[in-house]
Design a protein around this ligand. Structure first.
Ligand code: URA
Length: 425
């Protein structure tokens, strides 16, 4: 087997054989296939796709690149959730402790920022002392004692995805259904959760820009999970505008804590509760009320224990960026559009995301949103506050915001998209 023939097969729109897939994933994991060769193959897959047979084999090969975990020793049923990535998508932060407070064990293996979308681990790392890297033993211990753990997939779990994920982030090969489906499902199946709820984002700020592509991605992942014995459900959710009022690492942690304290933006609360109900249902827990667990502080208690168990100080002040710049409304009227992609790019350019896989992220960088679609605004009022430690980046971020919003005549009727657009089981 040689890598050039594998690349040529996909470049020329052929079907990769099971042997080619097994070999190339294994050889890439071992370092025999170089990053530039895997980038070429990823781009060929991005352009020419893979059929369901190829995707299932690719996923199986990524699982086989590492170990499989097992939560059979836990007394509670396991439930996990994974988002395909969005802007301001901090839902995992309040959701994991909330579902744990309702009786499930939530082993949440999470990722870093990808392209213009934020990453759960980058967000949590803005909490002083908090550690994303746990050994399998530590992970099980946090899960057992607090009910929830959010951490990086260990080096042993789907290492092929770990390498490929970082490579795709910097080679323009993220938004491909076969690569997203296999990336997410290899980690989730190898992790050994009993049930999984997928949050498949749709809209400008998502990797899937239209509902048909999102349905295809969702049904591909639901089939991969179900075929592997994981009870899998997908919600298709709106990502045309950012979730909540913040996009950026520490900014999103702050907002998540507000939700756990019983407040927070309505859209974040609504989606958190919708996903919590799906997770509890998939885990077979029928009598819990997640809205009550948010209101009575029990989800917050789990959050505090979970953060502390991973070395973090839940009471520490969160980092704040050194410089701010306010973007004001250009007219008076009704804000009818605030584009998720443009806000995501601005947050990324301000330092919340990375341009090369080894780059650090700025904890305080990002965008704070002062008005959402449907709100009435007045010319000159603050619409966004940009945060960064590197003010020379303001102009670069502002370039991406030139056409980020529309303001219609005062009194214009506006109907918001529903948050949950569809469900695939
Ligand atoms: N999340 C993942 O884990 N992988 C992707 O490819 C996209 C989102």
């Amino acid at each position: 087997m040689d890598v050039i023939s594998v690349i040529r097969t996909k470049r020329d729109r052929g079907e990769l054989s099971p042997q080619q897939i097994d070999w190339v994933i294994d050889a890439y994991t071992r370092g025999e296939v170089a990053d530039e060769q895997m980038s070429a193959l990823a781009m060929a897959i991005f352009l020419n796709g893979m059929n369901r047979t190829e995707i299932a084999r690719w996923t199986a090969a990524m699982i086989a690149s590492g170990e499989r975990m097992n939560f059979d020793t836990l007394s509670r049923p396991t439930a996990d959730k994974h988002s395909t990535g969005g802007v301001g998508d901090k839902i995992t932060l309040p959701l994991a402790p909330l579902v744990a407070a309702c009786g499930a064990a939530v082993p949440q293996l999470s990722g870093r920022g990808l392209g213009h979308t934020g990453g759960t681990l980058d967000k949590l790392e803005s909490i002083p002392g908090w550690r994303a890297l746990l050994s399998n033993e530590e992970m099980l211990n946090v899960l057992d004692t607090t009910g929830a753990v959010i951490c990086a997939a260990g080096d042993g779990l789907a290492p092929a995805d770990k390498k490929l994920y970082a490579l795709r982030d910097v080679t323009g090969t993220v938004e491909a259904i076969p690569l997203i489906a296999s990336s997410i499902m290899s980690k989730k199946i190898a992790e050994g959760t009993g049930s999984l709820v997928l949050d498949v984002k749709v809209g400008t700020g998502a990797f899937m820009k239209n509902i048909d592509d999102a349905r295809e991605l969702a049904s591909t992942m639901v089939a991969l999970g179900t075929d592997s014995g994981v009870k899998t459900v997908a919600l298709l959710t709106d990502m045309s505008t950012p979730l909540g009022l913040t996009a950026g690492n520490a900014l999103e942690v702050r907002e998540s804590v507000e939700v756990l304290a019983g407040g927070g933006p309505a859209d974040v609360v609504e989606l958190t509760l919708a996903l919590a109900r799906e997770m509890l249902d998939a885990a077979g827990i029928k009598d819990a009320d997640p809205a009550k667990a948010l209101a009575d502080g029990s989800a917050m208690d789990v959050w505090r224990r979970m953060i502390a168990a991973q070395g973090g100080d839940p009471d520490a002040a969160l980092p704040v960026a050194r410089e701010q710049h306010v973007v004001t409304a250009s007219a008076s009227g009704v804000l009818t559009r605030l584009d998720a992609y443009d806000i995501g790019i601005a947050a990324w350019r301000l330092g919340a995301g990375r341009a090369r896989k080894e780059d650090p992220v700025q904890a305080g960088a990002g965008v704070e949103i002062h008005a959402k679609p449907g709100d009435t605004v007045t010319a000159g009022q603050p619409l966004l506050t940009l945060h960064t430690d590197t003010p020379e980046k303001f102009d670069y971020a502002l370039e991406s915001l030139g056409a980020a919003y529309d303001i219609a005549e005062p009194g214009t009727a506006f109907t918001a998209n529903p948050i949950v657009l569809d469900r695939i089981a």
